[in-house]
Design a protein around this ligand. Structure first.
Ligand SMILES: [Mg+2]
Length: 160
């Protein structure tokens, strides 16, 4: 099984061109949380992510979808990001994505799924008939080498 993201960003979320997405008819984003918006377990966002979000707000409707299931973690993320965060999403399965579309009040063809993991974020977006954006993990993250190894392994499933 091969996955092909609609867009593949050479950098992290903050390098994503909001204008480009808008001109391609994207009206909403379903954003992954860990490593895409926030360094895992950090509980805060960087000024770069803050600035990118500020540029995206008003142009795009946004909701966060994460497989994390800790209520306190999700509640904090929602507060920090000032956005609705759906936890326990069981990506790539469709339930969480359906819930996210309900919140956005948009049809699947007007929404892009943005995330750093091919087998959860990208596959999930594909299964739910949405466009997908594969981003690199936040450039500020120094991840353990085993995680980098797993990530690179997942990229084997991608056809660019
Ligand atoms: Mg992630």
């Amino acid at each position: 099984m091969f996955l092909k993201p609609t867009y593949s960003s050479p950098g992290d979320l903050t390098t994503l061109d909001i204008e480009q997405l808008c001109s391609d008819g994207i009206k909403g984003l379903i954003l992954d949380l860990d490593s895409t918006l926030m360094e895992p377990k950090s509980g805060k966002i960087t000024p770069q992510v803050e600035a990118w979000l500020a540029g995206a707000r008003g142009r795009l409707k946004m909701v966060v979808l994460t497989n994390n299931h800790r209520p306190s973690y999700i509640e904090n993320a929602s507060k920090v990001l000032n956005m609705e965060v759906i936890g326990h999403a069981a990506k790539p399965w469709r339930r969480g994505f359906r819930e996210a579309l309900q919140i956005l009040q948009l049809p699947p063809d007007a929404v892009a799924v943005v995330g750093d993991r091919p087998l959860t974020d990208i596959w999930g977006g594909v299964l739910s008939d949405m466009r997908t954006v594969l981003v690199r993990p936040l450039s500020t993250i120094v991840e353990p080498s085993i995680k980098t190894f797993c990530r690179n392994l997942e990229h084997v499933f991608i056809r660019k």
